[in-house]
Design a protein around this ligand. Structure first.
Ligand code: ISL
Length: 543
């Protein structure tokens, strides 16, 4: 397996609008990220992924871009962005930006020109279709609305949008569009960024002819269509391969068989990917399903391409709430989940606040929420006549706002996030869950993450070691090895609220188990088995 800097990296995701506000407008900003770089560096991470800060009307929190070359005023300006990049590099960290090129904002001048008339030169920069029997051209659903089509009176045609009405899809079949995107990519790469996280990059190619879907609610027809690999190979040829960077594709609906086509080292497309067989398709914790997903992705990619590991981000509820125990065992559970993500094969991603065990949120009314996906779904379901309170409660667990509440810096007003009125309420548990408290507590989740990240730097086995599961079929214990040359680790996790006992497999029972990281202060074991308390996690070096 080829060794590279990015394969050994840990990525920290900064959702800047919820990170730290320095100008009191209630939104985090780039100066706030700069102000907290020493905190991020203290953790030991190597790369910062910055969510979009380009010019945007902010209908989808920056994922609706109106000018790829500008920085939205809420975030700051280009000069502050330049300073952020310099400060990140001065701390020997790297910065990757979000590349959102499946769609733009409907306020982008390209779209305004395109929609102005059927024969405008930019008409074909977006996807326009005639009505069919006076209605939408087909039955496809979008991520954020009942149809992927929005009627435009000016020219009596529909335009295509995979997400919100305000996010029209670019037409990647048009070579002018592709060249314009490549030019923009070079602009940011030439400024010195270290790569891109590519937003729904497998949606760029659409099914020829836009035929009706048998199951429109499944929406997987939006991705992985013929032509996508040609686009990515062209992007690689014309842009990516000319820089020492890494690219991570956000690739929904993908299986390992498809995934290797995006990240295979012989494919000249992307370096690694996020799949969503957990985050989108596993609503709550299911150990057997998680084990199977990790096994199939390991078998599908190992030796061919590189995986990425995450359990939460700005779109997916905080992991200790969704997949762990955020009450009685919050600290142990947060540490166990971190141990698992960081010892699985692939690059680990930390979403801001995860390192102090921040939890999901339960606000009391729909007005407390901001997420366009949740608010559109709420309106759609209530319009069907469903009880509003029941709809609201059904949307709470997976609302993207669970992860978007402000970073909790201390126990002062607004958790030290802002002196103003925050754009979204702070999670009320900030009084006890905050950075200041974590930095004072040697047993905090923060310092456990710091140790995990340091282990990766000190032990190549954590990055390049082969993976073997020794707990197949066990619903609460996950026990697996990582092996590289003569180095062998055993990771043992008890993902449950009960006490468990793990019998050490014969094949490794002749080895001495030397604990190197542990989320409790003692270990109870003999040479045959290990007693495991609720959410206990141990990494052993086998000697
Ligand atoms: O949020 C999701 C479901 O809970 C994800 O499926 C997510 O919408 C999807 O993976 C695409 O996400 C990306 O593109 C969207 C943007 O809203 C998300 O924030 C971004 O991560 C449109 O650009």
């Amino acid at each position: 397996m080829r060794k590279t800097w990015w394969k050994e990296a840990v990525v920290y995701q900064v959702y800047w609008r919820s990170f730290y506000d320095t100008d009191g407008d209630g939104y985090g900003d780039l100066n706030g990220v700069i102000a907290k770089l020493d905190y991020i560096k203290e953790l030991g991470v190597d790369v910062i992924w910055l969510n979009p800060c380009y010019e945007s009307p902010d209908k989808d929190n920056g994922y609706d871009i109106s000018d790829y070359y500008g920085v939205m005023e809420k975030a700051g300006n280009l000069e502050i962005w330049e300073r952020l990049l310099k400060e990140v590099h001065q701390r020997d960290m790297k910065l990757i930006m979000d590349l959102v090129v499946n769609h733009t904002s409907d306020q982008h001048h390209w779209f305004k020109e395109s929609r102005s008339s059927k024969d405008h030169p930019k008409r074909d920069w977006y996807i326009w279709k005639e009505p069919v029997k006076g209605k939408e051209p087909n039955n496809w659903r979008s991520y954020f609305s009942p149809s992927t089509w929005e009627y435009d009176e000016t020219t009596d045609q529909y335009y295509f949008h995979s997400f919100a009405v305000e996010q029209p899809d670019l037409n990647w079949k048009n070579g002018e569009v592709r060249e314009e995107i490549y030019k923009m990519m070079r602009y940011w790469l030439d400024k010195g960024i270290d790569g891109f996280r590519m937003d729904v990059v497998n949606l760029l190619a659409k099914i020829e002819g836009f035929p009706n879907a048998e199951k429109p609610e499944k929406i997987d027809y939006l991705g992985n269509n013929p032509g996508i690999h040609e686009y990515l190979q062209e992007m690689n040829e014309k842009v990516l391969r000319h820089y020492d960077i890494f690219t991570v594709g956000e690739i929904p609906f993908v299986t390992p068989e498809d995934g290797v086509l995006y990240v295979g080292e012989d494919r000249n497309e992307l370096h690694t990917l996020f799949h969503f067989q957990v985050a989108d398709d596993m609503p709550t914790w299911d150990m057997l399903r998680y084990k199977d997903i990790q096994k199939t992705w390991y078998e599908g990619l190992w030796g061919k391409g590189w995986n990425s590991q995450f359990l939460n981000n700005h779109d997916h509820t905080r992991q200790v709430t969704r997949y762990g125990n955020d009450e009685e065992y919050r600290v142990e559970s947060a540490k166990l989940l971190a141990t698992m993500v960081h010892t699985m094969p692939g690059m680990p991603y930390i979403f801001q606040g995860e390192e102090i065990g921040m939890t999901g949120v339960r606000f009391s009314t729909i007005e407390d929420y901001n997420d366009i996906a949740m608010k559109n779904k709420y309106k759609e379901e209530v319009a069907k006549g469903r009880d509003p309170q029941e709809v609201f409660e059904s949307l709470l667990p997976l609302s993207r706002d669970n992860s978007r509440t402000p970073m909790q810096w201390n126990d002062s007003e607004q958790a030290g996030f802002t002196d103003g009125n925050p754009w979204i309420k702070v999670n009320p548990n900030y009084k006890s869950i905050n950075v200041e408290a974590a930095l004072k507590d040697p047993n905090s989740v923060f310092y456990y993450y710091k140790k995990l990240i340091q282990l990766r730097k000190d032990h190549p086995v954590m990055v390049y070691g082969s993976f073997t599961d020794y707990s197949t079929g066990h619903e609460t214990i996950y026990a697996y090895t990582r092996e590289l040359e003569d180095k062998q680790w055993l990771i043992v996790l008890n993902h449950s609220d009960q006490h468990e006992k793990f019998s050490i497999p014969d094949i490794i029972s002749d080895k001495k188990l030397e604990p190197i990281l542990h989320n409790y202060d003692t270990i109870t074991m003999d040479n045959k088995s290990i007693e495991l308390r609720p959410h206990e996690a141990v990494i052993f070096d086998l000697q």
